[in-house]
Design a protein around this ligand. Structure first.
Ligand SMILES: Nc1ncnc2c1ncn2[C@@H]1O[C@H](COP(=O)(O)OP(=O)(O)OP(=O)(O)O)[C@@H](O)[C@H]1O
Ligand SMILES: [Mg+2]
Length: 507
């Protein structure tokens, strides 16, 4: 092929990654992967947890060095040695793990290391104005002078997106940008994405949410086990086809059959009101043995707060909790655990993981007492068995149970933490967005495990922002609005519209 022709093909694409391979000790994370992104399009990158999506993007962004392959940006070969170089050349990335400096202010975080200085000093006022300008353009309502740690995760994520936009990039990688966003915020993000597209920016979009892909992506590339599987225009491929290409088998049902039968009341909450408002203002409900109770609501509905109030993270100002008809007081999480409660938190990566320890340790740490024998020594055999259980039943992709948890893919870290709590077989399991960041195949496993627990007469309360999930596996749904219970409905008899209507109820 003549030289000029090769050049022409390359220029058709904004970005071309060809034959990219990357190996970590014991794992072939990428095996000759191709990715071609057209100008002004959203290109979805899909695959199960551990398929290699983040690794491929980190090779582009200069965080990892590819072992093999070539990368072309607007026809020019590039090989960024670090993220600074990538940013300077028009490639930016919103990471799956938020890695902001939490103690700095919003505006420092955005301009970190690149704000024009006057002598030795950064011009505060100019930086404030520049930040405000970007926020205004993107319709983001956050005070640039706030400390990062004061922001809820969803807002930190918006700041991160604003930062990527502020670099005026040609390519923006978004690695699960909506994992902590509410529906309204997602719509806002999609508006921003459409505006970027119109400017000719190429967006590489990683998400496990099928509905989003159909809505926003022009093309989709599917990866499996570190390999390229297919690239197609989104409107030429169905969700079911995407799923079966991802998991390598047909997955006709996204939800396992519901075999659980709710029985007698196990937990009763009466007029709960938490101290330190805004928080739970008024919540009363019953939970039955073998029941899966969903909790729906919009942002600020205080669903997480409800779980935390039950679990003793937040103190009660008034109200009572009865377990098996007996009044109990979960004055702190330790007491709650003793009383048979477990909480899978929403911020699993922030609060749930011991990054410097291995998978096995991370699976049993939640209930270490269970592993202490009479002679005060740890029961090694049980630890190994249970660790293996977590890995197998949650299908965690890891070379071994001795692998550091921090070297697993984001979704696989999540699975370990969820598995750790399922392992404790609590009487009452509280779960906050348990399937966030988890691929479709593994979601199915989690649903199955939750239904199995319900079959063993446990009670489960599950906060979720994913409507299909609430409608797919719960028995009843409690809808919160503004710290109060707006209604409790039977899942079989309700609809998405009714839940949204209750969520929007002004209380
Ligand atoms: N720094 C690392 N050291 C060792 N192994 C790694 C490292 N980073 C990634 N891996 C491994 O590479 C494989 C691909 O991981 P990657 O994070 O790219 O998956 P992913 O597709 O982004 O998954 P997820 O949907 O869970 O985020 C996994 O098996 C992971 O354990
Ligand atoms: Mg990832």
């Amino acid at each position: 092929m003549p030289d000029s022709q090769t050049k022409n093909t390359k220029q058709d694409y904004l970005l071309e990654m060809i034959g990219i391979s990357k190996e970590f000790p014991g794992v072939k994370a990428l095996d000759k992967v191709d990715l071609r992104v057209r100008r002004g399009t959203v290109h979805a990158l899909m695959g199960e947890n551990g398929a290699g999506k983040s690794t491929l993007m980190k090779c582009l962004f200069g965080i990892y060095h590819k072992d093999q392959g070539q990368i072309f940006l607007e026809g020019q070969e590039v090989d960024f040695q670090n993220s600074r170089q990538a940013l300077d050349n028009g490639v930016s990335m919103v990471h799956q793990e938020l890695n902001q400096v939490r103690t700095t202010r919003v505006m420092d975080n955005i301009w970190l290391g690149r704000f024009p200085t006057k002598g030795l000093f950064i011009e505060e006022k100019k930086m404030y104005q520049a930040t405000s300008k970007i926020f205004k353009e993107l319709d983001i309502d956050i005070d640039p002078r706030l400390k990062m740690k004061r922001l809820p995760v969803s807002e930190s994520q918006m700041v991160e997106i604003a930062k990527a936009v502020s670099y005026d990039s040609k390519i923006i990688v978004m690695d699960e940008p909506t994992s902590s966003l509410t529906e309204k915020e997602v719509n806002h993000l999609f508006q921003i994405i459409r505006a970027l597209k119109a400017r000719g920016v190429g967006i590489i979009y990683i998400s496990h949410k099928m509905e989003e892909i159909k809505q926003i992506a022009d093309d989709v590339t599917i990866m499996r086990d570190g390999k390229w599987i297919a690239t197609k225009p989104t409107n030429e491929i169905s969700t079911d086809e995407i799923i079966s290409l991802m998991v390598g088998r047909d997955l006709t049902n996204r939800f396992p059959p519901k075999t659980n039968q709710p029985g007698k009341v196990i937990l009763e909450a009466k007029n709960l009101r938490a101290v330190n408002q805004p928080s739970v203002r008024e919540a009363s409900f019953e939970l039955r043995k073998g029941e899966i109770l969903g909790v729906a609501g919009l942002v600020g509905a205080r669903r997480t707060e409800l779980l935390e109030t039950i679990f003793g993270v937040r103190q009660l100002e008034s109200g009572e909790i009865y377990l098996h008809g007996k009044k109990i007081e979960n004055k702190d999480p330790r007491t709650a655990i003793k009383n048979g409660f477990a909480l899978v938190t929403e911020e699993r990566r922030a609060t749930g993981i011991f990054p410097t320890l291995d998978v096995r340790f991370n699976s049993f740490i939640a209930n270490i007492q269970q592993y202490v024998q009479k002679n005060k020594l740890l029961d090694e055999k049980k630890i190994v068995n249970d660790g293996q259980w977590v890995i197998e039943s949650m299908r965690v992709r890891t070379p071994s149970h001795k692998t550091l948890i921090s070297s697993l893919s984001g979704g696989n870290q999540q699975k370990v933490i969820v598995g750790r709590w399922l392992l404790t077989e609590p009487e009452i399991l509280l779960m906050d967005e348990p399937t966030r960041g988890i691929d479709v195949g593994a979601k199915y496993e989690i649903y199955q495990l939750v239904i199995d627990l319900a079959n063993k007469e446990k009670g489960i309360i599950m906060v979720s922002s994913e409507m299909p999930e609430l409608l797919g596996i719960t028995d009843r749904i409690l809808v919160m609005s503004n710290g109060k219970v707006a209604g409790i409905v039977n899942t079989k008899e309700t609809s998405q519209e009714e839940i949204l209507r209750l969520s929007a109820k002004y209380l």
